[in-house]
Design a protein around this ligand. Structure first.
Ligand code: GTP
Ligand code: SPV
Ligand code: MN
Length: 606
């Protein structure tokens, strides 16, 4: 059986599953129905094999700890491939492989890769089943951990299979941990393979993932489908698949606003999505924490859904002071991966409490004390939990029609230069802001933490086609929206530091102050308010004196000035780097973005 043979069957789910089974040669094939019974049986099995460790049911009911292989802890961008027919479609920032060459390369890799294991067939929907913005996929996997995670992160069930059997196009997604078990060989708790492939075929809308059981490498509904493949579908159909959280904000006057925000991995999406405002009278409700699909509505607004059903969130740094809503969400029915274990059978990670417990078992299973000199939880340790159990989840968060966006926010982790908040002067300027985001690397992917890298739209690792074409697509989508309903665009930076390396801005719940200013700007744009909210600057509109509520924060004038300082010299260097960055994409960069860069330079010289 060749990969091309498998691809040829992809319109018929039963023929496709048979073909994948013939290629990968599992011992058994199980069709999943997403039921509680199925989940229980899989969990029981994984407790037996040591993949899941039950936590104390009195402390953390229905919850488990998984410890991955120490070499399988994050997304592997260097092993992520976009296999479009035309290399230029993948763009200069993706790893491109010619599709038939990749199929040939993957054939021996997948041949027999599921031997000795069960192959699970998981029909899943991204977005509410049957919704107008929703899409379906079928993942086959030889990992029961992936199946129970897909139960949480997507909608799995018979209703999806019905759609697929009735001819609804589905994204076929093959996943193998790449650890066949020859006769009688004992299994390990976290099977995986040192060689990994996360391969996408945008034209045939296929995903082939091999060698990893972790996160975005393995839960194929998430980055592989809902971002890389969906971004290509969106390009072809006139919508956008983005690395964005979604929230509803309600003002003290009871006005409602919907905001989407794109920050790179581990840069604050989950935290902003679950924000508990410190500003009296304001309310923030969660709709999504990682991915949003945006589509122009019939009324000229930009509508958005969260295609996921759960959160796969960063554990370290999540604590009662920074994210109380997440802490409550995690109080039960949660799968933790790569966090530390306490002696009484609960979990711990850096930032959960101010002081570390005296004794722990770390994420690798070794004894740990505060003097061990290494983190107890892996920096990319995560929780997998249903969105429905979040105390701040919005009413109608899973409305298949989505919500109309009032504002779009771009952000990154920048110790210097970038102000706390700035508003784009136009949609084009907003696209320029998104296209020029750079951020200090985090532990969410392999690489050197802290190193500054470009991450346009927080989509650098997730766009299934040329990033510059993605900017052009954003310009097109925006131009088609109704001018009065088009979202305003902002840029934020919670991470600016003083000369001693301390954050200038308190962040977390205090970010509600920045959100409030943004939606007040929405009111001003719509004529609901007539006071002056902003003043011009070379990089965008900044809050007018007094317009950003900083009451009670105890920020002195010097700190505030530093938060908004725009140094013409460093910004001129920033502009030079942007020009170099744009040059990577050659003539695919839209002229409007070159114009914006010229305007930035002119404004800096004034
Ligand atoms: P992915 O799930 O990888 O896409 O990440 P995410 O964007 O959802 O990141 P998350 O919200 O989990 O944030 C990760 C890290 O950023 C944690 O260590 C947080 O403590 C830190 N963080 C989030 N918000 C703030 C903030 O406002 N200020 C500061 N200083 N740190 C923040
Ligand atoms: C990210 O890295 O942006 C994540 C985690 O949200 S993963 O699902 O592993 O991609
Ligand atoms: Mn993410």
């Amino acid at each position: 059986m060749t990969l091309a043979d498998v691809t040829a069957t992809r319109g018929d789910v039963h023929a496709w599953v048979d073909a994948v089974a013939e290629l990968t040669q599992p011992d058994a094939v199980v069709w999943c129905d997403g039921s509680e019974r199925e989940r229980r049986a899989l969990v029981e099995r994984m407790v037996h094999t040591g993949t899941l460790l039950p936590l104390d049911p009195d402390l953390r009911p229905g919850s488990y700890l998984a410890r991955s292989d120490p070499d399988d802890v994050a997304r592997v961008e260097s092993r992520t491939f976009i296999c479009s027919s035309d290399e230029s479609d993948a763009g200069p920032t993706n790893n491109w492989r010619e599709p038939s060459a990749m199929r040939t390369e993957l054939e021996p890799v997948f041949t027999g890769s599921m031997r000795g294991r069960t192959m699970y067939v998981v029909p899943f929907s991204m977005g509410p089943v049957g919704g107008p913005l929703s899409r379906v996929g079928v993942q086959v996997t030889d990992s029961p951990y992936v199946v129970v995670s897909m139960h949480v992160m997507t909608r799995v069930g018979r209703a999806v299979l019905d759609l697929v059997e009735a001819g609804t196009p589905f994204v076929p997604a093959v996943h193998s941990v790449g650890a066949p078990l020859p006769d009688g060989q004992a299994d390990v708790p976290w099977p995986c393979n040192p060689t990994k492939y996360i391969a996408h075929f945008p034209e045939t809308r296929e995903i082939w993932s091999f060698g990893s059981g972790y996160g975005g490498n393995a839960l194929l509904g998430k980055k592989c489908f809902a971002l890389r493949i969906a971004s290509v579908i969106g390009r072809d159909e006139g919508w956008l698949a983005e690395h964005m959280l979604l929230v509803r904000l309600t003002s003290p006057q009871g006005r409602r606003y919907h905001v989407a925000a794109a920050f790179p991995s581990a840069c604050g999406k989950t935290n902003l999505a679950m924000l508990v405002p410190t500003l009296p009278g304001w309310r923030v409700e969660t709709i999504g924490d990682d991915i949003a699909w945006l589509r122009p509505g019939a009324d000229g607004s930009l509508r958005a859904i969260n295609p996921e059903a759960g959160f796969f969130g960063v554990a370290p740094g999540t604590g009662p002071a920074t994210n109380p809503a997440a802490i409550e969400t995690l109080s039960r029915d949660t799968i933790f991966t790569n966090v530390a274990l306490t002696p009484d059978g609960d979990v711990w990670w850096e930032g959960l409490t101010a002081e570390a417990p005296p004794r722990l078992v770390d994420w690798t299973g070794r004894d740990w004390t505060p003097d061990s000199g290494r983190p107890a939880a892996h920096p990319n340790s995560r929780f997998t939990v249903s969105a429905a159990q979040c105390p701040t989840i919005a009413d109608g968060w899973d409305d298949p029609e989505g919500v109309a966006l009032d504002a779009i926010v771009f952000g990154g982790r920048r110790a210097t230069n970038v102000p706390l908040v700035a508003q784009a002067q136009s949609w084009e300027h907003g696209v320029f802001m998104g296209a020029t985001i750079s951020s200090e690397r985090t532990a969410a992917a392999e690489g050197v933490v802290g190193e500054l890298r470009r991450d346009p739209f927080a989509m650098m690792p997730f766009c299934g086609y040329d990033m510059a074409d993605h900017w052009a697509h954003w310009l097109r989508v925006g131009a088609a929206l109704d001018a009065d309903r088009r979202p305003l665009v902002f840029q934020v930076n919670w991470f600016r530091k003083d000369d001693d390396g301390r954050f200038l801005w308190p962040g977390f719940g205090e970010n509600s102050r920045v959100l409030a200013w943004m939606v007040e700007q929405v009111d001003r744009a719509r004529g609901v308010r007539t006071d002056v909210g902003a003043v011009g600057s070379p990089v965008g509109l900044l809050p007018a004196p007094g317009a950003l509520n900083t009451d009670g924060l105890g920020l002195d004038d010097a700190t505030l000035a530093q938060l908004f300082d725009i140094d013409p010299g460093s910004w001129a260097r920033e502009a030079d780097l942007t020009e170099e960055f744009f040059a990577v994409f050659g003539d695919r960069v839209p002229a409007a973005l070159h114009d914006r860069l010229a305007q930035l330079r002119a404004a800096l010289e004034r």
